[in-house]
Write a protein that binds this ligand. Structure first.
Ligand SMILES: [Zn+2]
Length: 403
């Protein structure tokens, strides 16, 4: 709750690194606390904007081959009000509607959020209805730190080297690009950044972003005959040439899509942003090629090319690397089951920091944090869920050492 109260919102439109200074303020606080708790090599790196720490191996020399495992969480919170976060605790949650804010009549109802029923009797942590909670991803952070504290206090538990990393700007898709996999030095790692208990993600989208500029010819409508090219109309025409059913609201599972995410302008010029997503690498490449072809075809209908298009890859499906060696995934599944948790595995219709870190050389699936209703005022997590996430971290470490 103390961590949740610290405003660490990132800012997509900032050009600073990290995007907001308050994330670093939080990492400085965390840095001091990790040092006091006895973690080793606690260090904030201004270039990577990651705070890293180590729990050294306590195995005898002849077991130096036990893999180094990393655990990673992000400290920034999503693009939602994060000013004056006031977490509330409901002990022995009774399964009824939760009044988040009496004054403003903000209620989290069981009808709207039936998952609440899964937490009867647990210690429920919510917002006051006016901010997000930031359990995404401070719940993940806390579960990692808690597992670390447990190991530091129980030297009789034997384990290999453990590396921890806490970073900025995950929510704006920038932080992991700065991650230094080499200095982190883990054989494999896990982000704790998924939702409800049991979730395990190791298949993600391949992702690209396309930026389009439609150049029109703006003249007075009275003298527009044969002259005006209305960029607004041309942008709409382009949108309508994309497959109608291949949009997020009409796809699920392994279906990919195109999505218009932003568009603004006037007759003279329209700027549009699309995202392109697909689990399959092959289909992803086809999608990008198809997109470019539609641009070209439309450009051919003009006196001169009026559409500029740049496509930039954002991240790739980590499964394309993980499938070569599923050890980190198998360990996670086994750890879940040993903790009495049935893994819930679905192809993730998004990306995680682990996508980028995996392609930097450290296979990094995504584990649950237990948090639900992320990125808004109904975000919540229970103490028991966070404990489960922490137990899974310890179990993965134990299983790795045993094997
Ligand atoms: Zn997150």
């Amino acid at each position: 709750m103390r961590y949740a109260k610290v405003d660490t919102r990132s800012d997509l439109h900032s050009v600073e690194v990290p995007s907001t200074a308050k994330q670093v303020d939080f990492l400085m606080l965390l840095q001091e606390e990790l040092k006091e708790l006895g973690f080793c090599d606690v260090m904030y790196d201004e270039l990577t904007t990651f705070l890293t720490a180590t729990i050294p191996s306590n195995l005898p020399e002849e077991h130096a081959d036990v893999p180094t495992i990393g655990f990673i969480a992000h400290v920034d919170t999503a693009d939602f009000n994060s000013e004056n976060i006031q977490p509330q605790v409901f002990h022995h949650y009774d399964g009824q509607d939760v009044v988040l804010n009496q004054e403003q009549n903000i209620v989290m109802s069981v009808e709207e959020f039936p998952h609440l029923k899964n937490y009867v009797g647990e210690t429920l942590v919510t917002t006051d209805g006016t901010t997000l909670l930031g359990a995404d991803d401070k719940a993940g952070l806390v579960s990692i730190v808690q597992a670390g504290i447990y190991l530091l206090n129980h030297p009789e538990i034997k384990h290999g080297k453990i590396r921890l990393a806490f970073g900025c700007d995950e929510e704006i898709g920038k932080g992991a690009h700065r991650f230094d996999a080499e200095s982190f030095g883990a054989d494999f790692a896990y982000t704790l950044d998924s939702g409800e208990v049991g979730k395990l993600e190791y298949e993600t989208f391949n992702a690209a972003g396309a930026k389009l500029v439609f150049h029109g010819t703006s003249v007075h409508p009275g003298s527009a005959y044969g002259v005006m090219v209305n960029a607004l109309a041309e942008a709409a025409k382009f949108f309508n040439r994309l497959p109608k059913v291949e949009v997020p609201e009409k796809t699920k599972g392994y279906d990919g899509f195109y999505m218009l995410s932003q568009q603004k302008g006037d007759i003279g010029e329209v700027r549009a942003t699309y995202i392109i997503r697909d689990h399959s690498k092959e289909k992803f490449l086809e999608r990008k090629a198809n997109f470019l072809q539609l641009v070209e075809e439309q450009n051919n209908t003009y006196d001169h090319p009026r559409i500029d298009c740049t496509i930039v890859d954002q991240y790739y499906n980590m499964y394309d690397i993980l499938k070569e060696d599923m050890t980190p995934v198998e360990l996670a599944k086994e750890a879940y089951r040993a903790c009495g948790i049935e893994p819930v595995i679905n192809p993730f219709r998004g990306g995680t920091d682990g996508c980028i870190i995996t392609f930097k050389g450290i296979p990094t699936p995504n584990l649950f944090t237990g948090a639900e209703n992320l990125h808004g005022q109904y975000e919540f997590v229970t103490l028991e869920s966070m404990q489960k996430a922490s137990d899974v971290v310890l179990k993965i470490i134990e299983l790795t050492t045993d094997k």
